[in-house]
Design a protein around this ligand. Sequence first.
Ligand SMILES: NC(=O)c1ccc[n+]([C@@H]2O[C@H](COP(=O)([O-])OP(=O)(O)OC[C@H]3O[C@@H](n4cnc5c(N)ncnc54)[C@H](O)[C@@H]3O)[C@@H](O)[C@H]2O)c1
Ligand SMILES: CC(=O)N[C@@H]1[C@@H](OP(=O)(O)OP(=O)(O)OC[C@H]2O[C@@H](n3ccc(=O)[nH]c3=O)[C@H](O)[C@@H]2O)O[C@H](CO)[C@@H](O)[C@@H]1O
Length: 516
Amino acid sequence: MPSEGSINFFKPVEKIGVIGMGYVGIPSAVLFADVPHFKKVYGFQRNSESSGYKIDMLNSGISPLKGDEPGLKDLLKKVVSENKFECTSDFSKISECDVITLAIQTPFKNRDSLIPDFTPLKDGLEKTGRYMSKGSLVVLESTITPGTTEGMAKEILETESGLVAGKDFFLAHAPERVMVGRLLQNIREHDRIVGGISSYKPSDSGEKLILDGPDSPSTKRAIELYSPVLTKGKIIPMSATAAEVTKTAENTFRDLQIAAANQLALYCEAMGINFYDVFRGVDSLKGEGITRAMLLPGAGVGGHCLTKDTYHLERGIKIAAENSAKIANTGLNAGSPDPLDFPKGKDSLYVLARQINDFMPHHMLTLTKSALRRAGKDIKGSKIALLGWAFLANSDDARDTPSEVYYNLCKEEGACVFIHDPHVLKYPGVEISQSPEDVLKGADAVAILAGHREYYQMRPEIISGLINLKNGNPVIIDGRNVILPDAWIDKGFVYKGIGRGDKNGHPVRLDIPTGG
Ligand SMILES: NC(=O)c1ccc[n+]([C@@H]2O[C@H](COP(=O)([O-])OP(=O)(O)OC[C@H]3O[C@@H](n4cnc5c(N)ncnc54)[C@H](O)[C@@H]3O)[C@@H](O)[C@H]2O)c1
Ligand SMILES: CC(=O)N[C@@H]1[C@@H](OP(=O)(O)OP(=O)(O)OC[C@H]2O[C@@H](n3ccc(=O)[nH]c3=O)[C@H](O)[C@@H]2O)O[C@H](CO)[C@@H](O)[C@@H]1O
C-alpha cells in the first residue's frame, strides 16, 4: 500500500467488483469486463426477493433490464463466455477486488419528506467495508447528497474495515449520467466526472499538505479505472464533493431552465401573447456567446432525475451549514458565520423552480375547467380523455409522471378520467388504454399531457366524430404544444394551450353540428 498521499500505486487494477446490478451497474460492469487488462469483474447483487432473479439471468448472459439497450445483449454474452464477468451474491469475493464500485438505488422515502432513503446504499457500504482489502479503491456511482462520500460513506467504510480512507484505501465519487435506452453509449461517450476524497502528505517542513481534487491519489486511482472505458468522453477530475454537486447541479439547472420557460408561458397566457413567438425572438439572439438556452413549457416535469436531484443539492448545503455550525460551537473558530451567505428569509431559487414545475399540472386543471366553462359544461361529471401517461415523449417511463397529479386533481373535481398511452401499458392504480377510440368516445374534454408522436397525427374532424358533441362544444387542452390551434377552433373546439395567450381567449363557434 503506498504511503499516505503517495501516488505510486503498487499494483495495476485487475479485479473489479460492481455492487448493484441495475440500469447503471450492469452496463458499467460489462464495460469494465471488456477492457483487456481488467482480468475479472464481479457483479454483486443481493439475493433479494425483488432482484435476486437477476443473478442467474446475468450468469446466463441474459440482461434483466427492460427495454432495448443497444449493444448490451451481445457485450454481456461476450464477457460471460470469456469468464470475465460473473454475477454473485457472495460478497466475500469483494476481498479479491482492487476496485469496488457501488451503483445502488438512492430513492427518496416519499415525495413530501424528500429525504433520501440511503438504506440500500448503507448496506452496500457495510458489506464493502467488511470485506475490502487494504489498498483497494471504492467508488460511489449512485446519485447522492453532496457531502456523502467524505461523510457517511467514509465513516461506514472506515468503521467496518478498520482502515483509514485516503491512507489505507482510496475513495471517490464518479456519478452516472446515463439515459435508459442508451446506457453503453452514454458511459463511453459522456465526459466522466471523477472526484476523489482529500488526502494528506507531510511536507518537507513537516506540515500536512492537502492532496485534493486532481491531485488526490483517490482521484488518480479512479482515473485509472474509468479511462479505458471512455471512447469519446474525457475525464474531468475534481474533489469528491464537487463531483456530487456537479451531478445534482446539472439536473437542478435543467429543472431551473424548464421552470423559467413555464413561468414565462404563464406570463404569456396572462398577457394574451404566444410564448412560441417570444421563444423564437429570444432564441434569435445567437452568436458571440450570448445565446439564451430557453427550454420549453409543458404540463409538468416528471422522471427520476429532475424531480429529486434539486433536493439532494439543497440537502447538501443544509448539511454543510450544520457541520459548519458544529465546528463553530467547538471553539475552533467560534462564532464563524453560516457558510452560506444568501438573502435572508428568501427561498432557494432552485426550490422555487421545483414548485413552479410542480404547479404545471395544476395549471392544466385551471385550463381544463376554464375551457369546459366556455363550452357551458362543469368539470364535475365531465368525461376527460387524458392522452399521455409517460413523463417523457415517446417513452414508456412513467416515474413521477405529472399526468398522475393532473389525473388525481380532475378526479377530486368529480370528473371521469380515461387514460390513453401507446407506450405505458400498465401503472399501479389506474387503467391505461391503448385504444384512442375507447378513451375519446363520448369525451367532453381531451387533455394532452405527453408529446407522444402519435398525438401529432390527430385530426380535429376525426376526433370530433368520436367525442361527445351532443351537449355543446368539445374541448381540447394542449399541455405539450402538439396541435395547431386554428384547425381545432375552426371545427368548433374550445382550445386552451400552455403558453398560448394569443389563442386561449378565442371566439367560440356556436354553430357546430351536434351529430345525429
Ligand atoms: N437509471 C438511470 O437512468 C440513472 C441515471 C443516472 C443516475 N442513476 C443513479 O444510479 C443509481 C442506481 O440507479 P439504477 O437505476 O441502476 O437502480 P436500480 O434499482 O436499477 O439498480 C439497483 C440495484 O442494486 C441492487 N441493490 C440494492 N441494494 C443493494 C445492496 N445492498 N447490495 C447489493 N445490491 C443491492 C438492487 O437490487 C438493484 O438490482 C441511483 O442512485 C440513481 O439515481 C440512475
Ligand atoms: C443522466 C440524467 O440524469 N439525465 C437526465 C435525463 O432527464 P430525464 O430523463 O428526466 O428527461 P428530461 O428530458 O430532462 O425531461 C424531464 C421532464 O421535463 C419535461 N421537459 C423537458 C424539457 C423541456 O424543455 N420542457 C419540459 O417540460 C419533460 O416532459 C419531462 O417530464 O435526461 C436529460 C436529457 O434528456 C438530461 O439532461 C438529464 O440530466
